[in-house]
Design a protein. Structure first.
Lengths: 260, 224
């Protein structure tokens, strides 16, 4: 078994310390500033637009299982969308792919309707649907459902695979307002082409924390910024060390380069 | 020799899928739904034949029959956490499923922590590109200057893209906003390149389908 060397161990310790420190501060009431993300504001507008049109909001979840962090971020956004839909009395259809995400998604939507004081408006059978475990089948079924229901808006949040274009192209063709969020950049070009707004890369996790009422999540977001700053600092230090005359800090450069 | 029936089915399905380019139609819908059914059927068979039977049932059967190592019977224990997932279907006992899903989330988070370091450290090492055009073995050269400029552009793109993903920084400041915009521009350039690359891949799929239609289906029909 390969063990961490001292630099790896130090970085892991610093990452853990940043996360725990920010969580501790947030729990003590220091709610940190998080900048506004354009796509998040657009989600609210999209749901309002669907309400005005009298058409349903379709929310398609990503392909990852319940243990994946991506799934939990998409559940936070789903809770936000469900609260909006319940408040505005807009029909909401949630599509879940992995079997173990389906009941959690159902419970998330149910709690949102309870929180908005309209539990009777929640119809589990109609509103939360399991389509398939297979990416292609799921993609085709999502596309068909968007077309057949003439959705007011379609929201795609999660980590998607090659089916992203399959899912979003029909909606783009018939003029459905579509917003997609995916932490991976591989499917993002297709979402950029077919959706009105996109939430990409780390914005996806930030969006989950931004819409969640839990201040601890904002704390975690700040800790991620600290970790990114740490890595950016390492890069800058490495570059500066490489520029020093006579190879005065070449040991540091070699230390970082040997991980390549 | 390819079965003519398979060629005809392939050709009809291909044309049915292409018919969507004109407009949505019942023929396309029929093929779409048939594809869904076929994939679900295949998935059930694959799950049983390639996962459950060889990896779970056979070791248990072998251990119980005495033809394989007794440790195969330990796979019976997998039924305990596995069956806990099914409590998700009960509203009253839903909490039982959270025991196993919590365990999975914990394991996934721990592994993600480790993999993040293993992913990022090599990238940091690879980011340390030479920036000094005078540091080459032959001193200053035009090629060395171009390489250094390229590396400088890479470093600027890397750092500004990183800055774009800082969420706790106020963007009113011009010294933050301008590099963030530059970072966003760099991301768009990268996405454009990725999109172009994938379009090329999809075009190769299209060419393969066209070749199939022409060589396997049409040419045998009209041999002259």
């Amino acid at each position: 078994m390969q063990h961490a060397d001292w630099l790896m161990a130090a970085l892991m310790f610093a990452m853990a310390a940043a996360i725990l420190g920010c969580l501790w501060r947030a729990r003590r009431g220091h709610v940190p500033y998080v900048r506004r993300i354009a796509g998040v504001a657009e989600i609210e507008r999209a749901v309002e637009r669907a309400t005005e049109m009298g058409r349903p909001v379709v929310f398609a979840m990503g392909f990852t299982d319940i243990q994946a962090i991506e799934t939990h971020a998409s559940l936070l956004i789903l809770a936000h969308v469900a609260r909006l839909a319940a408040r505005l009395q807009t029909p909401l259809i949630v599509l879940a792919r992995p079997g173990n995400v389906y009941p959690v998604a159902e419970e998330t939507v149910r709690q949102a309707y309870v929180a908005e004081g309209v539990p009777d408006h929640f119809d589990a059978k109609e509103q939360v649907r399991f389509l398939s475990e297979d990416s292609a089948v799921y993609g085709m079924a999502v596309a068909r459902l968007i077309e057949e229901t003439r959705a007011g808006c379609a929201l795609f949040f999660g980590a998607f695979e090659f089916a992203s274009l399959l899912m979003t192209e029909p909606g783009a063709r018939i003029g459905v307002l579509q917003i997609a969020g995916d932490p991976s950049l591989w499917q993002m070009p297709f979402f950029v082409c077919t959706c009105d707004k996109t939430i990409m890369g780390e914005e996806y996790y930030a969006a989950g924390a931004y819409v969640s009422p839990d201040p601890a999540l904002r704390g975690v977001l700040v800790s991620q910024d600290i970790i990114k700053a740490m890595f950016a600092g390492l890069i800058l230090l490495g570059v500066l060390a490489a520029l020093l005359p006579g190879g005065a800090a070449s040991w540091f450069v070699e230390l970082l380069r040997h991980y390549r | 020799m390819t079965d003519p029936l398979a060629v005809w089915v392939g050709a009809i399905v291909t044309l049915g899928v292409f018919s969507y380019l004109a407009r949505d139609n019942p023929f396309y819908r029929l093929i779409q739904q048939a594809a869904m059914g076929v994939v679900v059927g295949i998935q059930i068979v694959v799950t049983w034949k390639q996962v459950l039977q060889p990896m779970w049932l056979s070791p248990i059967q072998g251990a119980l029959a005495g033809t394989r190592d007794w440790t195969g019977a330990l796979w019976l224990l997998a039924l305990v956490p596995g069956s806990l997932w099914y409590f998700q279907l009960s509203k009253k006992w839903f909490w039982v499923s959270t025991l196993v899903s919590g365990l999975f989330v914990g394991v996934a988070a721990g592994l993600a922590f480790k993999f993040r370091i293993l992913l990022i450290l090599p990238q940091i090492g690879a980011s340390l590109k030479p920036l000094n055009p005078f540091a080459g073995p032959n001193g200053f050269t035009w090629e060395g200057f171009l390489d250094s400029s390229n590396n400088l552009l890479f470093l600027a793109a890397l750092l500004t893209t990183l800055l774009y993903f800082f969420f706790s920084v106020k963007t009113e400041n011009r010294w933050v906003r301008t590099p963030m915009r530059w970072g966003r521009l760099m991301i768009m350039v990268a996405l454009g390149a990725m999109f172009g690359n994938t379009v090329m891949t999809r075009m190769s799929y299209l060419i393969e389908r066209m070749q199939f239609l022409y060589e396997m289906w049409l040419r045998p029909l009209f041999p002259g």
